[in-house]
Structures are given as C-alpha cells and as structure tokens.
Ligand binder design. Sequence first.
Ligand SMILES: [Zn+2]
Length: 204
Amino acid sequence: MKLHQVKSHKRQYCKDAIVIVSLILLIVMAMLVRPKAKPIVQRDIEQAIGIPYMIDTIPESKKRPGQHRKIKYIVVHNTANPISTARGERDYLMNITNTSSTSWHLAVDEREIVEAVPLNEVAHHAGSAEGNEHGIGIEICESGNYEQSEENAVKLIAYLMKYYKIPLSRVTTHQNFTGKDCPRLLLDHWDEFLEKIEVEFSGF
Ligand SMILES: [Zn+2]
C-alpha cells in the first residue's frame, strides 16, 4: 500500500470514529432527556367525552411551580364546598385572600371541566410529595346536580387513563395519601365509581 493510500485510510477511520461517537452521544442524550408528559388537547378531549373542557391555567406561582413531571396517578377529591362550581373553584385560586399553596389540575361540575394547572406540571392537592409530584388532582364539585358531576368525572378519568396510560389501580383518592376524608361524597361508593370508569374506559 502506498503512503498516500495509508493516509487516506486513516482519514476515513477518523471520520467514521467521529460519526460513531456523535451517534452514541445523541443516543445517550435522548435517553437522559426523557420525553415530558404531553399536555391535553382541548378539541380532542371534548370530541371524545362530549363535555366542555376549558383551559384557563393560573400563572406560575407557589400554587403552580411550573415543574414538569412523570404522571403516575389520578387523585380524586371533592371540593368540600356545597355551592362552588368548577369556574368558581378556578376563580378562588386567583382570589387575593387565598394565600395557600394548595392547587389542583382539574375541577369538574355538572356542566364543564376547567383546567387550572397543566396536567404535565406539579400541583399541590394530595398532601404528600408522591401524590403532588405524580398525580393529576381532580376536584369533583358538590354544587348543582352532583350525580351528573360524578358521571362527568367518570368520563374525564377514563379519557385521562387512556391518554396518559394510567392503569385503574392508580386511580386513587386523596384519602389514600393522607387519610383525609376526601373525596367525602364519594368514599362510600368508591368501588362502584371505579367500576363505572372501567366500563367507560373499555369504550375508548
Ligand atoms: Zn382532597
């Protein structure tokens, strides 16, 4: 082999090595930067479940730290307020007298669903780090036609299970995290509620 051929081969080896190292780096980076949970698409969810879905997120604050996360649970609550609507609950988050860091993702009433914190971000509703960091907090309103609100929650939860690949075993209560009497109107028929979700889920 002549000298210039050896040099040309060496150059080729160098180029190949750079390409291979670059590819390995790209793969490692892709593994490190895991894809974040996707946000809800309003039109898609409304089409699927037939309930108005309002996205009206609060600005970043101690209620909404803006921390992206992996979603593992759906955590169900009641508002413990017999007269508030989903809209009213959302407005209360922005009330200047409300200085607590407590928040939630979704409030559902007899007519609509309101999203106050993007589902792929942390909210403070479960009273435990695990529940807050990995749970979607759903407030079922107690006002108006409560049975209808629960029916709406069933459809909403079934959709979220499918969208975020959450098994029924991870649809849980606030009580499960802290022992609190929440969702207070639902605990006495929780298993029935889960059965309805399972039926709804099988329809998607
Ligand atoms: Zn609760």
